[in-house]
Design a protein around this ligand. Structure first.
Ligand code: UN1
Length: 520
């Protein structure tokens, strides 16, 4: 093993740079302190199973105090003019720039991404800071022409207060930042409950961002509560002092969150499962399609919400495109992601490996043929890691249960189509609706895909894959993906309350709709 790929050596270097220890606190409410109940969350690297750290988790009482601190911070933070809040987020972006390599490596260690992808994730955090800085001067409300004389009618946007953000393991920093930095420039305070599988990154990020706030003499606005199970998340869903819960994770848990938050008429931003397809037509550029599908299916070892899970391939391409794709899957090196030429790192845990095997078994039982992969790998020196071979399965019906289920692993189902209408029907027959792609240089095919009867997802890509969205667009999807939008465009409105203001500056009281109401 090369020294640059040694988990322990990199752990030591990254821990020293980021100020992490073997034992860290998982509760930040302005200071680091947790563990009244003595519970510890062990953090293991999926690369080799090594124990990276132990995180002291928050108790219920500690969480309660944290919510009080959050509202105290809100009173101070929301009183600062938005462009000044933007300046603070700019400083946070600069601090993230300084830490881009170390945070990227920490993400690699904790969730098994390649350092390139880990760094890319931190770059997404930096990008959203830049977006949020600009937004801090663009929180526009509309002015509306009033039907009454001497009246002014306009909208203004206020922060909601304290918003809860619950994140998944696969983007342990970026997805929080899409929510947190946008919410913050509007004037909100953020309480974060990260996935137990990626809580160390959350500790490190919380440390970095609050250092900046502290240096500016500002209150803590990015609070953290790590839990090893679901208790804190459930509390957050029920907590009336959290007017918004932004949740990223599975459809079943998302339904529970929606029910609990909806039951108290709170707001949600839901980013749930994806089951994304790429349509490759005879008019596709084969090289671009090959690379786009391979990146979409294999990046982050198939553990993105945006991963390409279904390839909808024209019948004429089964003898040309498909063999090239099988070769590309076979050539993608699986292994220690810290090694330079590895493209596919480990899955997050043993349960994910079991889901991988179960899905392949289910696909075979449904008539599928394995064209590539279908192997759980034990790698020398990395026996505690969770490695699987990228898999392609042909011949399963598009409506088979296994094809409708999101399995967080590098498994691609190939589905045959003849007419474009059939391709769209296959595309839209799954319950999820996050990301979609078509590879074609045919304008008619592309525009049909982008029309109402085409793809039904929140994200539509043409000649680029389903994964790898930029932060500038609104990110999210339809159907069981939950309908939420995060990140760019006008997604910020989810974190704000709209107030329609009517001002009468005249000497009379004219009523709307021309009513008269003379009392005397
Ligand atoms: C996710 O998997 O939840 O579009 C987010 C992408 C990344 C974000 C994925 N920028 O693939």
């Amino acid at each position: 093993m090369e020294s640059g790929s040694d988990v322990q050596a990199i752990r030591e270097q990254v821990f020293a740079e980021l100020g992490l220890y073997q034992e860290v606190s998982g509760l930040f409410d302005g200071g680091w302190g947790a563990g009244a109940e003595g519970r510890r969350l062990p953090v293991h690297s999926p690369i080799d199973g090594a124990r990276l750290a132990d995180i002291a988790v928050a108790s219920g009482a500690e969480f309660d105090r944290l919510i009080e601190q959050a509202w105290a911070s809100f009173r101070e933070w929301s009183a600062i003019p938005a462009p000044k809040r933007g300046e603070v987020i700019r400083a946070i972006g600069d601090r993230l720039r300084r830490n881009v390599d170390n945070l990227g490596l920490l993400i690699a260690l904790e969730v098994g991404k390649t350092p390139v992808e880990g760094r890319g994730e931190v770059q997404e955090m930096i990008d959203i800071c830049d977006f949020a800085v600009g937004l801090s001067r663009q929180l526009y409300g509309k002015t509306i022409a009033s039907e009454r004389p001497n009246h002014r009618l306009y909208e203004q946007w206020h922060p909601l207060g304290v918003v809860g953000v619950i994140t998944a393991f696969n983007f342990p920093g970026a997805v929080w930042s899409w929510n947190a930095f946008i919410a913050a420039v509007i004037g909100n305070v953020v309480v974060w409950k990260p996935s137990p599988e990626a809580a160390l990154t959350a500790v490190a990020v919380t440390n970095v961002v609050n250092e900046v706030l502290d240096e500016h003499g500002l209150p803590p606005i990015f609070l953290l509560a790590v839990d090893e199970a679901g208790e804190i998340g459930q509390r957050m869903s029920r907590e009336r002092r959290l007017p918004l819960i932004s949740f990223t994770g599975s459809v079943p848990t998302g339904k529970e969150v929606a029910a609990a938050v909806g039951g108290r008429l709170g707001r949600t931003v839901l980013e749930l499962g994806g089951n994304n397809a790429a349509i490759v037509t005879p008019d596709a550029d084969p090289e671009i399609a090959l690379r786009g599908v391979a990146f979409g299916a294999l990046a982050t070892a198939g553990q993105r919400c945006t991963t390409t899970r279904r390839l909808i391939l024209h019948e004429s391409l089964f003898d040309s495109f498909l063999p090239s794709l099988v070769d590309a899957f076979g050539a993608a090196r699986v292994g220690n992601p810290l090694e330079p030429d590895v493209l596919v790192g480990p899955l997050i845990n043993r349960a994910a490996v079991e889901s991988y095997s179960a899905a392949i078994g289910g696909a075979q039982a449904a008539g599928g043929t394995v064209l590539a992969g279908n192997a759980v790998k034990t790698l020398a020196g990395l026996e505690g890691g969770n490695y699987v071979a990228p898999t392609i399965i042909d011949g399963v019906a598009p409506d088979a249960d296994v094809v409708h289920t999101e399995t967080f692993a590098p498994i691609l189902y190939v589905l045959k189509y003849r007419s474009l209408d059939e391709a769209f029907a296959i595309h839209n027959c799954v319950p999820q609706g996050l990301s979609s792609a078509i590879f074609s240089n045919n304008l008619r095919e592309v525009e049909a895909f982008l029309s109402v009867i085409g793809g039904d997802c929140g994200l539509a890509n043409v000649n680029t894959g389903t994964a790898g969205a930029e932060i500038g667009g609104a990110f999210g999807g339809e159907k069981e993906t939950g309908g939420g939008r995060e990140s760019g465009s006008d997604a910020w409105k989810s974190y704000a309350r709209r107030q329609t203001v009517a001002i009468n500056f005249g000497p009379d009281l004219p009523l709307s709709q021309g009513l008269t109401f003379d009392v005397g």
